[in-house]
Design a protein. Structure first.
Length: 451
């Protein structure tokens, strides 16, 4: 081993049990962010013999992003999702052949040509969102629910030709089951002593019921398409009728549909909600987004090419994703004996890179790293900045396949909403962030006043 520097651990280590003090199963990522301030940019929690190593600086993360030495690791919270989405793209092990097969079949669904084909549906769903918002009569709107309707409809209709009727029914059981499943995965991914397991029995039952509902819904979506025999250029069509020699088995198709409904919905909901929070808190920024949208759209229905021209809106999205990355971090495993800074890692050891910390690293972002400032992403200011400082969509071959999809739907939605509404915050609201597997603003309500 090239180095023997010992990785720090939290205080009050207990024999056998290990570092059980200070475990936080409600907001583990935000607690980890605080731990870095106390312990430095890397620390290790050992619980009942299992090591959890956390990395929170851009300098150390740069080593871990090296694809020749590290790769994606399906860490404990992701493993907890395996009973639900199995070998779907997000949770597949690197060695599973179904990952490369599905990657090959589905990559064409995210080319520019495919994105152009989704655009009109995204515009249509965004219009429906605006219609719903315009009936709010200046009352405070729960933002996560509203954005959930938007993104579920977009991925449902663009990906699978399926509508969840999200704007007609506020309390969709599918969405509730999805959210609970992610919370369950996050909580059960944290190793707890025996008593914690007893307390989780009810949650286990609920989780089984949620899984049944999610699987039943998805099986219905697939069966509908098979019965009608309808052909359309979407994700489901590509999986049911692949063009090349690679085919996906029915169980894997179900896993992929569920994966996309989760990965393509939850993350964008939260990112849009954070962005709207920042826009409500920063009227000058909102005004710039509005002015840009008015100029680019020119009072007509947004065209596909227009969205790429919403440069300032994209800066707002990036800055919001920087401060509150909806995927707070990801796991990587060492492919060989290697080092991270001065710390030795043996082949097979893994670490969790907390984006929440890396993307607020003061060395890279400056002393005002905690402040919201979209000008950081002005191309002039971003020149020369190291890429590891900003990785909200992950890194390497297992990074987000839906990145362009997400950026397109988010820019279109924010720009459209701001041309039609003034967005204001609830008096006295202080941002509080809850954690499922993702990060989301808690109880965020905004008013949308038609302009
Ligand atoms: C703001 C929105 C989004 C964010 C922040 C985000 C973030 C991420 C991140 C960080 C990863 C890598 C996770 C890891 O390394 O363990 C990932 C993977 C993935 N994302 Fe996204 N995502 C977003 C939207 C979407 C959308 C809209 C879709 C689909 C339409 C999608 C589908 C996926 C899939 C399938 C993977 C797994 C890719 C693979 O391993 O081959 N994501 N995403």
């Amino acid at each position: 081993m090239p180095s023997t520097t010992t990785i720090p651990h939290p205080p009050r280590r207990v024999p056998i049990l290990g570092d059980v003090f200070g475990i936080d199963s409600e907001t583990p990522n935000q607690t980890t962010l605080v731990r870095f301030e106390e312990l430095g940019p890397i620390y290790r929690r050992s619980i009942l013999g299992t090591d959890l190593t956390f990395v929170g600086s851009a300098e150390l993360a740069a080593d871990i992003f090296d694809e020749t030495k590290w790769e994606k690791f399906v860490g404990r919270p992701l493993e907890q999702l395996r009973p639900l989405i199995g070998d779907g793209l997000f949770t597949a092990y690197n060695w599973e052949s179904n990952w490369s097969k599905a990657h090959e079949v589905l990559m064409p669904a995210f080319t520019k040509e495919s994105m152009v084909s989704y655009h009109d549906t995204m515009v249509q769903v965004t219009d429906e969102l605006c219609e719903t918002l315009s009936t709010s009569n200046d009352e405070l709107v729960p933002v996560v629910d509203a954005m959930s309707g938007l993104t579920l409809e977009i991925i449902g209709r663009c990906g699978f030709g399926y509508t969840f009727d999200s704007f007609q029914r506020a309390d969709h059981p599918f969405v509730a089951a999805l959210t609970r499943s992610l919370t369950y995965a996050q909580k059960s991914g944290i190793p707890v002593p025996f008593i914690g397991k007893l307390l989780r029995r009810n949650e286990e039952k609920q989780n089984a019921a949620d899984r049944a509902l999610l699987v039943e819904t998805v099986d219905g979506v697939i069966a509908d398409r098979q019965q009608t025999g309808e052909r359309r250029r979407d994700l489901l069509d590509r999986m049911l009728y692949p063009e090349g020699d690679v085919t996906l088995d029915p169980e894997n198709i179900r896993n992929q549909v569920l994966t996309f409904l989760i990965a393509g919905h939850e993350t964008s909901v939260n990112s849009l909600s954070f962005a709207l929070h920042f826009l409500a808190q920063n009227p000058d920024v909102a005004e710039k987004v509005r002015a840009e949208a008015v100029e680019v759209f020119g009072g007509t229905t947004p065209k596909y090419e227009d969205v790429a021209r919403l440069r300032y809106t994209r800066q707002v999205i990036s800055e919001s994703l920087r401060l509150w990355p909806s995927v707070p971090g990801f796991f990587r495993v060492a492919k060989e004996d290697t080092t991270v800074g001065n710390y030795a890692f043996a082949e097979g050891e893994w670490a969790f890179v907390l984006l929440l910390a890396v993307q607020r690293d003061k060395q890279g972002w400056g002393e005002d790293a905690e402040e919201f400032n979209p000008d950081r992403f002005d191309p002039q200011n971003a020149r020369g900045r190291s890429s590891e400082l900003f990785k909200p969509f992950g890194t390497g071959i297992r990074s987000c396949i839906g990145r362009q999809f997400a950026l397109h739907e988010m820019a279109l939605a924010l720009a459209t909403v701001l041309t039609r509404f003034s967005v204001s915050a609830e008096a006295g609201y202080e941002l509080s962030v809850e954690e499922t597997l993702t990060l989301r603003p808690k109880d965020l309500k905004l008013s949308f006043t038609p302009r």
